[in-house]
Design a binder for this molecule. Structure first.
Ligand code: FAD
Length: 399
């Protein structure tokens, strides 16, 4: 047994019990550097290689103790670790690990979603600050957010990917107006964000000036890995859960192959061979995607923005659509009802509609297919006529 595994066992023996307060436990795990094993020891990690980290994670899992794995799923802290200055890290890493700071992603704009390099929100330097103006849209969790990870154009004379800078943007200030958008599910979890001469300290730049595109790739990879595993730190998902709550407790992430087995039993359908086949198929899809998720995480650990994350995200979207269909199928005619008086069919309707979020948020299914086609299958790249043109001269997408 390696020293670190022995240390983990000793830590759990001394401190872990299923009845421990979850917030206290989270803090203890973070401060003892078990929450993000692959990160530098200076920033709450232990500098472990992937293999060793997995051994330690297995020890925690065996004991039923949550906590490790934030180095794989915490996109906010992960982006900060990869690109933030030491000053920003000191201010935010621990708080982000503790889930003590509410965040949102300020990427998409009315004219730039799939083609994020087409953003027009602009930041202009003014002394020790940047002044930001523009409009963002579909921003999950913006109403409650303390900060947003913002991409803004800082040089209009460079080609579209090269004049973008990444900022840690304070949301609670004059000049930031958040308007909720109603979704098909009835929720209003995402928003329009209107930014007018809002300010961000120059020290809140993440990465280098005009090199925000590369920071964004890391942040997107984290998001896709999280969504591929349907983990809580995916912003689409996190925005649904009150702070400190587990996602599952709020039904954020359906785990249909478990709850659907129960539903099949309740409906007296669990001996139907066709139903059993569907449930087994769903279970297998999830297992295979879990294995792909491990590969994607390992690749991310070696510093690549892996197309495996796209594969996992696309697969998870398919799994959730399929699970929604199975849920409706199990209910039969009852599935045509809706509303609080019919909770089973209300949940099935919700699952079916919610699956579309995974097909769109974090980059659409089509975009993931493009990435898989180009980077895994080696197909030719899509032609991009505006790639090398100064952004000022690009007319496509102009509002
Ligand atoms: C639940 C949810 C949460 C979200 N949260 C956030 C958030 O917090 N922050 C944020 O910034 N954004 C967020 N988004 C926005 C999301 O990232 C965008 O909606 C998404 O990237 C698509 O952009 P778009 O809506 O502008 O569609 P468009 O880019 O206009 O695409 C329209 C259609 O064209 C297809 N298409 C576009 N380009 C290509 C291409 N090159 N090849 C093939 N097909 C293509 C797309 O797949 C899509 O079907 C969220 C969206 C959802 C649904």
């Amino acid at each position: 047994m390696s020293d670190v595994v022995a240390e983990a066992r000793a830590f759990l023996a001394e401190h872990w019990s299923p009845s421990v307060d979850p917030d206290e436990w989270r803090e203890r795990v973070i401060d003892a550097h078990w929450a993000a094993l692959r990160w530098p020891s200076q920033w709450y990690g232990r500098d472990l290689a992937d293999e060793q980290a997995k051994e330690v994670e297995a020890v925690f899992a065996e004991a039923g103790a949550p906590g490790p794995g934030q180095d794989m799923y915490n996109l906010w802290a992960g982006t900060m670790i990869a690109f933030g200055s030491d000053e920003l890290k000191r201010l935010f890493v621990r708080r982000l690990l503790l889930d003590d700071v509410a965040m949102c992603l300020l990427y998409s704009e009315p004219g730039a979603g799939s083609d994020l390099a087409g953003i027009r929100t602009t930041a202009v330097r003014d002394g020790d600050e940047w002044v930001v103006s523009g409009q963002k849209v579909w921003t999950s969790g913006a109403r409650d957010a303390d900060f947003g990870m913002l991409i803004a154009r800082t040089d209009w004379d460079q080609p579209k990917h090269r004049g973008i800078t990444f900022f840690w943007f304070p949301m609670r200030q004059p000049g930031v107006e958040v308007r909720p958008l109603r979704q098909a599910t009835g929720d209003a979890r995402f928003n329009e964000v209107f930014i007018t001469d809002a300010r961000v300290p120059a020290t809140h730049m993440v990465g280098e000036l005009n090199k925000g595109w590369w920071v964004l790739q890391t942040a997107l990879a984290y998001e896709r890995i999280a969504m591929g595993g349907a983990r809580r730190s995916a912003p689409t998902v996190a925005a649904r859960a009150p702070k400190g709550a587990t996602a599952a407790a709020h039904g954020d992430i359906p785990s249909p192959d478990i709850s659907l087995v129960k539903l099949a039993q309740t409906m007296g359908r669990n001996t139907d061979p066709a139903v059993r086949q569907e449930l087994a198929r769903l279970h297998c899809l999830r297992m295979v995607n879990g294995l792909n998720g491990d590969r994607a995480k390992a690749a991310a650990d070696t510093g690549t923005s892996s197309p495996l994350a796209s594969l996992g995200k696309l697969a998870m979207a398919n799994i959730l659509h399929y699970a929604g269909r199975v849920q409706g199928h199990l209910l039969g005619m009852e599935g045509t009802l809706d509303g609080d008086r019919f909770p089973r069919s209300r949940d099935a309707n919700y699952s079916q509609l919610n699956a579309y979020f995974f097909s769109i948020g974090g980059g659409t299914d089509q975009i993931q297919r493009n990435i898989i086609g180009e980077r895994i299958l080696g197909l030719p790249k899509e032609p991009e006529v505006d790639r090398e043109v100064p952004f000022r001269e690009v007319t496509v997408g102009r509002m």
